[in-house]
Write a protein that binds this ligand. Structure first.
Ligand SMILES: N[C@@H](CC(=O)O)C(=O)O
Length: 356
């Protein structure tokens, strides 16, 4: 066989239709749909030195894809513009619309994987929401960029190529939802945006699952928590999310926000506590009162790493509070909203925080 022969050519010499089909399958590229939602990856600045001063959510998805001929070598890619917004403006309705579209596409036999382009500010939240609600074993990669495409050393192009490569890979199947930034493959559950000005912004405290190098995935771990196919939440059955809010702890904090949120109808409050989710003495009673009115109280931490221990710092059993384990407040909010769609009580919600 000559050096330029293509894989499958030897099989194709066998005239049987099955062999021809097998050869075709071997060489066929995966079909990947890119759902665009905006963010810096679709941003544009006035000049190449504008890495931080620019307008997010400007470039339409077709233009983004057309600027990357490399994509055609790895997959049959088509784009859909779902939103064109900066991700700090994402709402619950945006989450529902996006997750439902991802779920529809994942059911199609002509779709092998899905990529979502997204602003980085709330990217980790959306990725976690998808991993909790979309029932599929097809790879879903959420991706953004820290610099707009107009800047020197723009990171979006390679991030997007890597996202398409992961979404189209058979070896990514069943591993859930990924965030593919800065050559790393991180699992949606663990990853967070940890710095607001460098390309290595997305980190998981438990480490990445792997890396993508020159279009090949190198896996080192697999997620152990429940996600996608094994989740008890299914976006196909969810049309509305209940009001869950976050209260931030700091020196001199007063109960004003807790009381206002309860009055505004919050069904649960995530307390972003100091240290190991500690709660100021003057906040304990207002939180207990809220719980007395039926509001679920979730104790999380504003400290980015580590995890909150049950009955350490506060007697959670006695107060009927829940701890968010290692979930940051904004992700604890998502799981709590989903739990409430199922009418979960504090015991069930606590079980979910251990499992997801
Ligand atoms: N504010 C932007 C930042 C980014 O995309 O990096 C956003 O989240 O949409």
């Amino acid at each position: 066989m000559g050096i330029l022969s293509v894989p499958g050519a030897a099989l194709a010499q066998d005239a049987s239709p099955a062999a021809a089909q097998a050869a075709k399958a071997q060489t066929a590229k995966p079909n990947v749909v890119v759902l665009a939602t905006g963010g810096t990856i679709a941003g544009a600045g006035a000049s190449t030195v504008n890495s931080a001063t620019y307008t997010a959510a400007k470039v339409p998805v077709d233009k983004l894809l057309a600027g990357l001929p490399e994509l055609a070598q790895i997959a049959n890619v088509r784009g859909e513009q779902v939103f064109q917004i900066a991700s700090e403006s994402f709402t619950n309705d945006n989450l529902l619309t996006l997750a439902k579209r991802v779920s529809q596409l994942a059911k199609q036999s002509d779709v092998d994987g899905i990529v979502i382009t997204h602003g980085t500010d709330t990217l980790a939240e959306t990725a976690y929401f998808l991993s909790l609600t979309v029932h599929t074993d097809k790879p879903i990669a959420v991706v953004g960029s820290m610099r707009p495409g107009t800047a020197l050393s723009a990171d979006g192009a390679l991030n997007l190529v890597n996202a398409v490569s992961v979404a189209g890979s058979k070896d990514a199947r069943g591993k859930g939802v990924f965030v593919t930034m800065n050559d790393e493959i991180n699992t949606a559950r663990d990853v967070n945006k940890d710095i607001n000005i460098q390309t290595g912004a997305f980190k998981s405290q438990w480490g990445p699952l792997g890396m993508v190098v020159e279009g090949k995935n190198y896996w080192f771990r697999a997620p152990v928590k429940r996600h996608t196919m094994n989740s008890e939440f299914n976006i196909d059955n969810i049309d509305k999310l209940p009001q869950v809010d976050i209260v931030y702890a700091y020196g001199s904090v007063q109960p004003t926000a807790v009381n206002a949120l309860v009055d505004a109808g919050a069904k649960a409050i995530v307390h972003a506590g100091t240290g190991n989710g500690s709660v100021a003495d003057r906040m304990v009673k207002p939180l207990q009162d809220a719980r007395g009115k039926g509001v679920l109280i979730v104790r999380s931490a504003r400290v980015p790493y580590g995890f909150v221990l049950r009955n350490a710092e506060q007697p959670d059993d006695k107060y009927d509070w829940v701890v968010a384990h290692d979930m940051r407040p904004e992700k604890a909010r998502l799981l709590t909203m989903l739990a409430l769609t199922k009418g979960a009580n504090t015991k069930e919600l606590q079980r979910m925080f251990w499992e997801y």
